[in-house]
Ligand binder design. Structure first.
Ligand SMILES: [Zn+2]
Length: 265
């Protein structure tokens, strides 16, 4: 593809990537997925996102200085989420806009996200929200939709600041206390309840009553987004209370979207 007209007036530069396909027509575009590039430089990340051999892409890249680039038109299905799940949907690439934030990520010391970059992201999310109906609970981390494989955009991503700008669903994390958390090897009703709550919120959580590796990974993904002070995969009181408050405060449109089959047993 040669150039295309950007979808947003906020776009400074169009850098067309060949890596995209048709969206599944029956599915509504209702999600935004945030990533970090996880490479040493923004240039290296951009080269990879436009390399046909890499078979990855996203719609937007935001530089550390807040510069917004568009790589794939919004109507096209970019390749950023991979094997993924949220709230009943397993083809998140068809239902989302993918935004990559230039940031070295876990491999390069998990650098802080500069204010200019977060301000640009908030403006872009608002702009995308003017074209599509995106529930607050569908502005997500890659690690929320691929919790068994991915950690981005990481526990340093400022979800609270984004929420102050009116973007996403967020509550102040409940304070940590010394308590005996549910953890790998735990079982029973409390584990079932935890797994059920994670599933109702949107996570790919099976309700088995057994706290295995997958539950640990899901809890770590939850903590990375909603209780980032300690990401250990153990469901302590602070983690559970934060999850309960999120469920109690989620906007009604999110509840409506959930498939009827998902629920606490
Ligand atoms: Zn990612």
């Amino acid at each position: 593809m040669t150039g295309f007209d950007p979808d947003s007036a906020l776009v400074r530069r169009v850098c067309p990537s060949p890596n995209h396909g048709e969206r599944e027509e029956s599915k509504a575009l209702d999600s935004i997925i945030l990533h970090y590039t996880g490479m040493e430089t923004g240039e290296a990340a951009l080269a990879r996102l436009c390399d046909p051999a890499a078979e990855v892409s996203c719609h937007y890249v935001i530089g550390e200085d807040g510069e917004i680039l568009q790589l794939v038109p919004e109507v096209r299905r970019a390749w950023h989420a991979g094997k993924s799940y949220w709230a009943g949907e397993r083809d998140m690439n068809s239902t989302s806009i993918g935004i990559e934030l230039v940031n070295g990520g876990h491999d390069f010391g998990l650098p802080a996200y500069p204010d200019a970059q977060i301000a640009a992201l908030a403006a872009l999310c608002r702009d995308i929200g003017s074209r599509y109906t995106i529930p607050a609970t569908h502005i997500l981390a890659h690690s929320d939709v691929a919790p068994f494989r991915k950690k981005d955009p990481g526990e340093h991503f400022p979800w609270g600041r984004l929420a102050e700008a009116g973007i996403g669903h967020y509550v102040v994390p409940h304070p940590q206390d010394a308590d005996a958390p549910l953890k790998r090897g735990s079982s029973g009703e409390k584990v079932e309840g935890l797994q059920g709550m994670l599933a109702i919120y949107g996570y790919d959580s099976a309700v088995s009553g057994l706290y295995g590796k997958k539950t640990e990974q899901l809890v770590a993904a939850f903590q990375r987004h909603f209780r980032p002070a300690l990401v250990d995969g153990k469901a302590d009181e602070s983690t559970v209370a934060t999850l309960k408050e999120l469920l109690a405060t989620r906007p009604r449109e999110a509840a409506r979207k959930m498939p009827a089959a998902v629920g606490i047993s």
